[in-house]
Design a protein around this ligand. Structure first.
Ligand SMILES: Cc1cc2nc3c(=O)[nH]c(=O)nc-3n(C[C@H](O)[C@H](O)[C@H](O)COP(=O)(O)OP(=O)(O)OC[C@H]3O[C@@H](n4cnc5c(N)ncnc54)[C@H](O)[C@@H]3O)c2cc1C
Length: 468
């Protein structure tokens, strides 16, 4: 079990040339963040939200979008965000930092754009909620302060449950075996470990169980590491140890792995992809061990970087673990979560079903068919803000619609996507696509390249749309 191969890599290209080429080719076009809602200012003339205090916890994608659209649609609204960090390090695109294609500076988003819209940002950690007094207690500069609200929006993202894998812990993750699924210091540690790894080394990525943020993300990260190692450490390999048997975008991602790295699709993928594939390579440097192949991780030994999975042990030189996750701790402290670890909401408004006048957005919410993605958090925030304005001004709440596109890379020039629209069907958020969700399996090499450009254009447009 878990025997793998060393192989010669692809033709060498420098990281600089890849990056420069990418910059030159990236277009300003692509799929912009979609809003099915009124444009800026269009809601400014309905009854005003002046004097209505909107407090937001978390200035990630969901919280920032909500703040910005509130101020655009209701310039008189009193909007304050409590955010732990002085800047946002974007998670989307952070796997490209591992290969040096983008720097940490590229991933860093300032809050000055939000401030320019009149949003007040308090750097602090929200701790507790008093729903009767409508107050949030937060630690700011070492002391506890209380913040009153009329409406509270909570978009705190996820908590990584390191301890769910025996042998793993936050302390291990912050020192020797990073996760990097919340972008930041751990992303940087992982990058340094990849650079320091000798040629011929093994990178093991432990994928998470459902539900988790960014469904194609672990598979994209594995692909990008495989491509990069092929250029710089061509005898090295990447192994995905997975508690699942499939993932969103699996067919198109696996086809990319096949074309770029010689991957042999396992059944049932092989039969479906055969006529679109190239000849697999016996010495493919990417391996995917699914749950049915013994991939379910049981424990790790941090000292030897060894993963014990149901099918056996595998020793890594660099070990990257994406552990199970739930809504960030503050959501639990506020009493917003249920047994699933995430927050139940009224689908029409994203108002918590547990505490009135509190809304939960983004990865922390239970949004049924919508994936935990930045794109989802962005459209959820717009729908939520529109509903909040309708409720407070008593001007009605429109029937909501949402969209999501998750782009992913199988390689630097090989993009793919899943695109969906959503509405409420039988009380739940359901997909309502009338067309295919995925890139066509017969797409040309040029179309794959265009999709990679769409991904980069989307990252720029979502950042501008959310953070100003
Ligand atoms: C490797 C990777 C690649 C990804 N790629 C994509 C992609 O291509 N497309 C896509 O759509 N999505 C992608 N995502 C997912 C996307 O980044 C998240 O789904 C999105 O950021 C969720 O937004 P959010 O507002 O729920 O949480 P976040 O953006 O994580 O924001 C949460 C904020 O809350 C703050 N916070 C938490 N607790 C507190 C507290 N107690 N007090 C104060 N502040 C607090 C945090 O500091 C943070 O700033 C990717 C994620 C990863 C990890």
């Amino acid at each position: 079990m878990f025997d793998t191969f060393n192989t010669k890599g692809l033709a060498g290209r420098s990281a600089t040339s890849l990056y420069t080429r990418r910059r030159l080719l990236a277009t300003a076009a692509g799929f912009a963040a979609v809003s099915m809602l009124p444009a800026a200012g269009a809601l400014a003339n309905v009854k005003s939200l002046a004097k209505h205090r909107v407090l937001i916890v978390g200035a990630g994608v969901g919280g920032a979008t909500a703040a910005r659209y509130l101020k655009m649609w209701q310039p008189d609204a009193d909007v304050t965000i409590i955010e732990r960090n002085p800047v946002f390090i974007r998670h989307y695109g952070s796997s490209e930092h591992l290969t040096g294609a983008v720097s940490m500076a590229d991933l860093t988003v300032s809050y000055e754009g939000l401030r320019a819209h009149g949003v007040k940002i308090v750097q602090g950690v929200a701790q507790a909620l008093d729903p009767v007094r409508k107050e949030v207690a937060a630690t700011v500069n070492g002391s506890v302060q209380k913040f009153g609200y009329d409406s509270l929006l909570v978009s705190p993202g996820v908590e990584l449950l390191y301890d769910k894998i025996e042998g793993y812990s936050a302390q291990v993750a912050n020192s020797t075996i990073p996760s990097g699924w919340i972008a930041g210091v751990q992303t940087e540690i992982l990058r340094r470990q990849l650079l320091a790894m000798p040629d011929g080394g093994t990178v093991v990525l432990v994928a998470p169980p459902n539900p988790y943020r960014c469904p194609p993300g672990p598979y994209e990260r594995s692909a990008l590491m495989t491509e990069w190692l092929g250029h710089y450490k061509p005898r090295s390999r990447v192994v995905i140890v997975d508690p699942k048997n499939d993932f969103v975008t699996d067919e198109t991602m696996i086809l990319g792995w096949n074309h770029l790295y010689g991957f042999t699709p396992p059944q049932p993928y092989y039969d479906k992809l055969e006529k679109f594939m190239v000849e697999p390579k016996a010495d493919c440097r990417l391996e995917w061990i699914r749950q049915k192949d013994g991939g379910k991780p049981l424990s790790i030994d941090p000292a030897t970087r060894t993963v014990t999975a149901e099918g056996g042990k595998i020793k890594a030189d660099v070990l990257n673990i994406v552990p199970p996750m739930r809504a960030a701790n503050v959501a639990r402290a506020f009493g917003l979560t249920n047994d699933s670890g995430f927050c139940p909401i009224d689908r029409r408004t994203f108002e918590s079903t547990k505490i009135p006048d509190v809304y939960v957005l983004g990865d922390a919410s239970i949004a049924d068919a919508m994936p935990k993605s930045g794109y989802s958090a962005n459209t959820q925030a717009k729908v939520c803000v529109r509903a909040l304005i309708g409720k407070v001004t008593q001007t009605g709440i429109p029937e909501p619609a949402w969209s999501n596109t998750c782009y992913a890379l199988a390689g630097d020039d090989w993009g793919l996507f899943v695109a969906d629209t959503f509405r409420i069907v039988d009380g739940k958020i359901a997909r309502t696509n009338t067309r295919a969700r995925y890139q066509d399996l017969s797409a040309s090499r040029e179309e794959r390249m265009v999709a990679s450009r769409y991904l980069r254009a989307w990252m720029r447009s979502i950042t501008a749309d959310a953070f100003g």
